[in-house]
Every structure is written in structure tokens, then in C-alpha cells.
Design a protein around this ligand. Structure first.
Ligand SMILES: CC(C)(COP(=O)(O)OP(=O)(O)OC[C@H]1O[C@@H](n2cnc3c(N)ncnc32)[C@H](O)[C@@H]1OP(=O)(O)O)[C@@H](O)C(=O)NCCC(=O)NCCS
Length: 393
């Protein structure tokens, strides 16, 4: 089972001032899908066996079973089916693992998996109606329903995870993304999007949320929106973001037959549940499960692409596995704190970034994509590098 290719839209800041305020969510995923198909012209469009597209809020322009609507709008033949997926932040990751399961079972040869979230048009939790039993029967803590509060809870639980460490991690993410942009690492997998604003037509070509000028002094002065005198700020959290990602997955045999590339081989995946009020630690058990399934240990992982929902949440995983905050294997091109985190699309963004690094790193055999998920879950996928040359650095 291979990851053939993946692309995404540049990510935009959510809200009225963001580049996608005037753009529909479904148009973002359609644009990404067209870009993916154009980059893989040897794929006969009718050979796509299914299209799984995730969104967390599945109403309005993110409703109507997105995989099907996006497939039609992207010009796939009407014979190609599609469906929608939701596992909140791990939507696109779940889309990829769901179709991977179908490929492994032999039901599919080739499938498309991705996700979209227009957090400007669909604010987090908008119109959600959690069952009153959750709180009345104390099934979850009230903090569980606000992601920022769950991050504050991690600071409470692990005193070693200080605000200073979280801020430094956030600043480093900004610096690493700026350096990756400077070196032209990120741009090749971006599909430019035509955008309309009051000043006329334009073209979105870059992630809009980056703050390369970030300093520790600037971060120290930021408000803590989730709790008075808290530790979680806009500088050590992923920002509210609009964007879409999409990937092509195939059996190794189909990829060979159709002349498609194999950028990564899926080794194992796992999802796991934790207490919802500390959802940020979710990737710890899911990673342990995925490693066990693969017969690997954490030391076998040469590159980590961890979704940075919050600094503290990534740091909790690093501490658990005894990895240094500045370890060069972790998010070498930065992460969601700078790039943004359009919820259900981010899982495939991690895969796109890992695939690009695999191509440059024949000394690395295995990589991990992992992320936390609202209501207390984690998702992890382990990948093998087809470019591995047998010589570890
Ligand atoms: C943290 C959060 C509430 C901040 O929202 P916001 O206030 O709209 O964010 P902004 O971008 O306006 O930033 C707030 C302020 O911090 C400043 N700021 C943000 N990042 C900064 C940085 N790296 N350096 C310096 N200043 C920064 C902004 O300039 C802004 O300043 P201003 O108030 O003077 O204009 C929001 O980003 C959030 O909810 N993030 C988490 C999203 C989430 O839960 N995702 C799911 C994860 S599971």
C-alpha cells in the first residue's frame, strides 16, 4: 500500500481578513483534487475506486457527502464514488487509513483521501449540540469541550512542561517553517488558489499564518485566552485556519501498472482513546500501538511529523518517549503552529511533508505522522521510505 502523491492548498488565516473568506470550502478541496490529478496524468480518472474526504463540520459548503460532491466538481467520471469522513482533527488521516484498509483488503486499487476545514466559515463547535449526559453524568469534564482548556490541563498535569518550553517550541516552529520556505521545500506541494476579495481577484500561493518575526519576549507578553494566568497563548497554539489537503493512495501493484510514483509505503496505523480533558496526549498510546503492530520501537523512527495543535501537546509526546525538544528528527520543516491547522485536513498535510523529506533522506527508513484529536483520541501512521539506501547516518 503506497502513498503515491499528495498536495494541498496554501493555508489561510480564518476570518474576515483571511485569504479564503470569499472562497467556498468545497472549492478548496476541489482545487486541491484537480491539482493532484494534474500532477499524476498517467492515472486514468476512471480507475479511482473511491474518494474519502473529511471535514469536522459537515454542513453547508462542507456538507452533502464531500467525497462525492468534490469528485464530481473535480471532473472525475460519474462512475467514481465518494463519501465523507469525520474524526475531527484526524479526519484526513482517517480518510487515508480507511482507504488504505480498502486497498489492503483488495477492494480498491487506487483511492483518493483528503480533508478540508474552513474554520472561518465553520467556527469550531458551531451548532454542535453535545448530549447533556456528557456533563450531567460527568462522563467528560467541561474542559474536554474546549481544546485550549485541554492544553492548559496538560500544563497542570506535567509540571515539567513549562510555558517557557511551550513558547520556545512555538518560536522554533515559526523559524523552521520560515527556513523551509526560504529553501523552497514547502512550495512544490502547494496548489495555488484563485481568490476573490473586495480588491478584486488574486492568487493564494503561500500559507498566510506564518509569523517568522516571533521572539520569546513577544510570546511572553501574549494573553492567555483560555484561563487567567494560564500558559496557552496564540503563540504556542495552532491558529484558526482554512485549507484543504488531498492524497492519492494505491496498491503497490496498481502504482506499478499505472506508472505512478511510490513516495511512501504504509507500514501500520493505529488510533487510541484517552481522557477527553487531556486529549493532547492521545498520540502517545496511538504511537505505541502503531509501533507494536509494526514490530518497531521509537528508536527506529528517523523522522517525525507531529501535528502541533499546541506546543504543550507535542512536548508531552516528546517527554514520554525521551526525545529532546530540539531533536532534529522532529518536524524539521516546522509545523501547524506556523503553517496552521485546518482541523480535518491536517493529517494529510503531515503525510505530504513527510513524503517530501523521505525523498531527500535516503538514510531514513521509517517516519511517523501523528496527531491528537478532540474528545480524547490520537492517531498515528508509520511509513517506510522507498528511497532508503540501507545506510543509516
Ligand atoms: C489561541 C487562539 C484563541 C488565538 O486566537 P486569536 O486571538 O484570534 O489569535 P490572533 O492571531 O488574533 O492572535 C492574538 C494576538 O497574539 C498575537 N500573536 C499571535 N501569535 C504571535 C506570535 N507568534 N508572536 C507575537 N504575537 C503573536 C497576535 O498578533 C494578536 O495580537 P493582537 O491581539 O495585538 O492583535 C486561537 O488561535 C485558537 O483557538 N487556537 C487553537 C485552535 C484549536 O483549538 N485547534 C484545534 C486543536 S485540537
Amino acid at each position: 500500500m503506497v502513498f503515491v502523491d499528495g498536495v494541498r492548498t496554501p493555508f489561510g488565516r480564518a476570518g474576515e481578513k483571511g485569504q479564503y473568506w470569499g472562497t467556498r470550502a468545497d472549492d478548496l478541496i476541489v482545487k486541491a483534487m484537480i491539482g493532484l490529478l494534474e500532477r499524476n496524468p498517467s492515472l486514468p480518472k476512471g480507475r479511482v475506486d473511491d474518494v474519502a474526504i473529511a471535514a469536522t463540520t459537515q454542513t453547508g459548503d462542507q456538507g452533502l457527502t464531500l467525497g462525492r460532491t468534490a469528485a464530481i466538481l473535480a471532473g472525475l467520471p460519474l462512475s467514481v464514488p465518494g463519501y465523507a469522513i469525520d474524526r475531527m482533527c484526524a479526519g484526513a488521516m482517517t480518510a487515508a487509513t480507511a482507504v488504505a484498509g480498502g486497498i489492503a483488503f483488495g477492494a480498491y486499487d487506487v483511492a483518493i483521501a483528503g480533508g478540508v476545514e474552513h474554520m472561518g466559515r465553520h467556527p469550531m463547535g458551531f451548532d454542535a449540540d453535545p448530549n447533556p449526559r456528557f456533563l450531567a453524568e460527568k462522563l467528560v469534564s467541561p474542559d474536554a469541550l474546549n481544546m485550549g482548556n485541554t492544553a492548559e490541563r496538560l500544563h497542570d498535569r506535567f509540571p515539567a512542561l513549562t510555558k517557557e518550553r511551550a513558547d520556545r517550541y512555538g518560536m522554533r516552529s515559526q523559524q523552521k517553517v520560515a527556513a523551509a520556505y526560504e529553501a523552497g521545500k514547502i512550495q512544490p506541494d502547494l496548489v495555488p488558489v484563485a481568490i476573490r476579495s473586495e480588491s478584486g481577484w488574486g492568487l493564494a500561493t503561500r500559507d498566510e499564518g506564518m509569523r517568522p518575526e516571533t521572539t520569546m519576549e513577544g510570546l511572553a507578553a501574549l494573553k492567555t485566552p483560555f484561563r487567567p494566568h494560564g500558559r496557552v497563548t496564540a503563540g504556542n497554539s495552532s491558529p484558526l485556519t482554512d485549507g484543504a489537503t488531498v492524497s492519492l493512495l494505491a496498491s503497490s501493484a496498481a502504482a506499478k501498472e499505472l506508472g505512478l510514483s511510490s513516495k511512501m509505503r504504509m507500514v501500520s496505523f493505529a488510533f487510541a482513546g484517552v481522557a477527553p480533558e487531556v486529549m493532547g496526549i492521545g498520540p502517545i498510546p496511538s504511537t505505541e500501538k502503531a509501533l507494536k503492530k509494526a514490530g518497531l520501537t521509537i528508536d527506529d523512527i528517523g523522522l517525525f511529523e507531529l501535528n502541533e495543535a499546541f506546543s504543550v501537546q507535542v512536548l508531552s509526546l516528546l517527554d514520554h518517549f525521551g526525545i529532546d525538544d530540539e531533536d532534529a528528527r522532529v518536524n524539521p520543516w516546522g509545523g501547524a503552529i506556523a503553517i496552521g491547522h485546518p482541523l480535518a485536513s491536517s493529517g494529510v498535510r503531515l503525510m505530504i511533508q513527510l513524503a517530501a523529506q523521505f525523498a531527500e533522506r535516503p538514510d531514513v527508513r521509517y517516519g511517523l505522522t501523528a496527531m491528537c484529536v478532540g474528545l480524547g483520541q490520537g492517531g498515528s501512521v508509520i511509513w517506510e521510505n522507498p528511497h532508503f539506501d540501507g545506510k543509516k547516518k
